[in-house]
Ligand binder design. Structure first.
Ligand SMILES: [Zn+2]
Length: 265
């Protein structure tokens, strides 16, 4: 469900049943003359729209104002909109703290922009990753007081962690295309064959090849773009996101209500 459309009783159900909360995260950046500047974010938004039809999800309004950088093109007349990571960090920290206070404990941001370097990190994802960590520390300290980690109640911390259930899993940032997908299953590029195909599949109104111009190395492959390749990328991404967001049993102590389920089961 789209968060902005949810009534409070629906929000409480989502919290009690442990629905994942998904934040499409991205930028506005020049993607050649043939493609919309929102591509990186639109890819996540459109994939999440498909997923949401089959899984109980809370979908937050997308965040488009990441650190696009002007590495591809200067912004004048081209459309890239860069907001520096220093400005993103306090915003993201407040947002994550707010989501934790509402009661959500399974928050997932998905990002496509510059994620060929995801394991090392780039400014937008690094800002949100750091903000997530800081928000969790601040939240726990406020709720439980200093010394919360050393308290006897936390003696099973490492067991919890190995089961993937420690507080630092409450917020996670994921790439839309994983390193494994990029290596073996889908071409990663900027406004080339891979991204243009993905848009032809997910959001064809964001592509207009009549405006394609030659002359930039990174867009040259766009001429080979096809909906067919984009459909393949879409399916690879959907499979991985379903794995990440698939329903896990909610421990009874944490939720006395029924566990989350697949809608189409
Ligand atoms: Zn892109």
């Amino acid at each position: 469900m789209r968060y902005e459309m949810m009534l409070p009783h629906q929000i409480r159900t989502a919290i009690d049943e442990g629905w994942p909360v998904v934040l499409p995260l991205g930028v506005l950046e020049y993607h050649g003359e043939h493609m919309a500047v929102g591509m990186d974010t639109l890819a996540v938004v459109k994939i999440v729209e498909i997923l949401e039809k089959g899984i109980d999800l809370v979908v937050l309004p997308p965040f488009y104002y990441g650190a696009a950088s002007y590495a591809v093109e200067a912004p004048e007349g081209k459309g890239s909109l860069h907001v520096g990571a220093e400005a993103l960090l306090p915003f993201a920290q407040e947002m994550f703290r707010g989501l934790l206070r509402i009661g959500f404990r399974s928050i997932h941001a998905f990002i496509h922009h510059q994620t060929e370097n995801f394991s090392v990190g780039m400014p937008t994802d690094l800002a949100f990753k750091l903000a997530a960590r800081q928000a969790i520390f601040a939240f726990l300290e406020k709720e439980r007081g200093e010394g919360w980690w050393g308290d006897a109640k936390m003696a099973d911390y490492y067991q919890q962690q190995s089961a993937g259930d420690d507080p630092f899993n409450w917020i996670k940032i994921h790439p839309l295309l994983t390193a494994e997908m990029i290596r073996t299953r889908y071409p990663f590029d900027h406004a080339g064959e891979g991204e243009t195909s993905l848009m032809l599949s997910l959001c064809p109104e964001a592509v207009d090849m009549r405006h394609f111009t030659d002359g930039t190395w990174y867009t040259a492959g766009a001429k080979q773009a096809s909906k067919k390749l984009g459909d393949k990328g879409r399916d690879v991404i959907l499979a991985e996101m379903r794995r990440i967001l698939s329903p896990r049993p909610v421990p009874l102590a944490k939720s006395a209500k029924r566990p989350r389920r697949w809608k189409k089961d």
